[in-house]
Design a protein around this ligand. Structure first.
Ligand code: UD1
Ligand code: PEP
Length: 419
């Protein structure tokens, strides 16, 4: 298994290109099941998760043409096999996003239950209840969700008791081919949802309410071909903003969008980081010292849970204390013991962590069990004195494209050790 070696202490200076968003690209790929295509996606990041979703769609029967150099993915054909097997779904929870499109288009699907993961139990009850409201019959059999709607789905008014990104995406896709009107209320407003809706509209779907917490979808008989550019990855941008800040550097995040950062930009500014939009992207630089700043994760436009671990790494070297409260996932503090091994002073009390800033972290061998926890250790390593080895790099490869190359290009002493 590959590892990453970092020798910390170098301020990052220069430009970092921001890739297309993983969490936008994955549902967009699932949307290809709704038509014969071709659906051409541009600005697709080259990541392990994209390869996994490509393999899932290929085994459903789609033709998947991925031109990595051109960052383009073309998906065409109709699904012949309606089963999403455990072996693929277990690798990536976003696989469950094939459920809505398959049932809406083919009247049936068998999708492995994704199960829990390192950050929490992550049930899919809201996805299933919504599909039931649209007329699907759902049974759980041998670890699989079996959904049937032989006469197709019908429009419904679905009120989400809790904001869910994945359930919004699954039901939005399903509703595009349902008979009649669907109203989705209290939907997630993450930029990835609007990106999906725009692509569906380009395919011929009728959707209103983009960017709001209420989506109205008038079902159509069929969807057609489209070409769509994936939005820039706001979490990758936020991560590299923290990298610049933790090293006392200044970088231009090429292609990043300030309106997609939501509360992340405001909180970084409160912490003493300059965040300014420029024609080519977002410029981030640390002003004087970092200030301990409290933060609570919330659905968009609140502070993203996917930025919590990175911000905690930043706060571990800030002046004063910060309270970091995680409200989305029940177990998303696995980075804490590892950061503490690097000299951080963090205590967890239930859903909150108190971070008491220290003047300096020290390098250590570390590992993490999920994507954002892993990258928070990379950030800590960039600021730490001495050498840090981050193990289990496959977590990073799920969501960060060429992380070591992008950071080395702006002055970090970082390399991948194949193994
Ligand atoms: C591929 C992708 O885009 N992943 C993102 C997506 O995950 P994902 O779509 O899985 O996250 P959700 O927004 O659905 O989850 C939010 C909360 O709702 C709960 N819940 C969700 C569905 C459900 O049926 N029942 C239920 O109880 C979850 O356990 C969690 O506590 O949004 C998360 C929240 O911004 C991000 O951290 C993930 O990076
Ligand atoms: C939690 C994440 O992804 P997933 O939902 O695919 O696990 C993430 O991107 O931080």
């Amino acid at each position: 298994m590959d590892r990453i070696r970092i020798r910390g202490g170098r301020p990052l200076e220069g430009r970092i290109p921001v890739s297309g968003a993983k969490n936008a690209a994955l549902p967009l790929m699932a949307a290809a099941l709704l038509s014969d295509g071709p659906l051409t996606l541009t600005n697709v990041p080259d990541l392990a998760d994209i390869a996994t979703m490509g393999a899932l769609l290929a085994q459903h029967g789609l033709e998947v043409a991925h031109d990595r150099a051109a960052r383009t993915l073309t998906l065409s054909g109709a699904a012949g096999n309606l089963v999403a097997p455990y072996d693929i779904v277990r690798k990536m929870r976003a696989s469950v996003l094939v459920l809505g499109p398959l049932v809406a288009r083919f009247g049936e699907a068998r999708v492995s239950l994704p199960g829990g993961c390192a950050i929490g139990t992550r049930p899919v009850d809201l996805h299933l209840k919504g599909l039931e409201q649209m007329g699907a019959e759902i049974a759980l059999e041998a670890g699989y969700i079996h959904a049937k709607a032989p006469r197709g789905l019908r429009g419904a008014r679905i009120l989400f008791p809790q904001v869910s990104v994945g359930a919004t995406e699954n039901l939005l896709m399903a509703a595009t081919l349902a008979e009649g009107e669907t109203e989705l209320v209290n939907v997630a407003r993450e930029p990835e949802i609007e990106d999906l809706a725009r692509c569906l509209i380009a395919m011929g779907a009728r959707i209103e309410g983009l960017g709001t917490d209420r989506l109205r979808i008038e079902g159509v008989r069929r969807l057609g071909p489209a070409t769509h550019a994936v939005i820039p990855d706001r979490i990758e941008a936020g991560t590299y903003a923290c990298a610049a800040a933790i090293t006392g550097g200044a970088v231009l995040l090429e292609g990043a969008r300030l309106d997609h950062l939501g509360a992340v930009a405001r909180i970084l500014r409160e912490a003493g980081v300059a965040v300014e939009e420029e024609p080519g992207g977002i410029r981030v630089s640390r002003l004087d010292g970092l200030r301990g700043t409290d933060v609570m994760t919330e659905p968009f436009p609140g502070f993203a849970t996917d930025m919590q671990a990175q911000f905690m790494a930043l706060m571990s070297v800030a002046e004063g204390a910060a309270m970091v409260t995680e409200t989305i996932f029940e177990n998303r503090f696995m980075h804490v013991p590892e950061l503490n091994r690097m000299g951080a002073r963090i205590n967890v009390h239930g859903a909150s962590a108190i971070v008491r800033g220290v003047p300096r972290l020290s390098g250590a061998p570390v590992m993490a069990t999920d994507l954002r926890a892993s990258v928070s250790l990379v950030l800590a390593g960039l600021a730490a004195q001495g050498e840090t080895i981050v193990n289990r790099v496959y977590h990073l490869d799920r969501g960060y494209e060429r992380v070591e190359q992008k950071l080395a290009a702006v002055g970090a002493d970082i390399e991948r050790i194949p193994g």
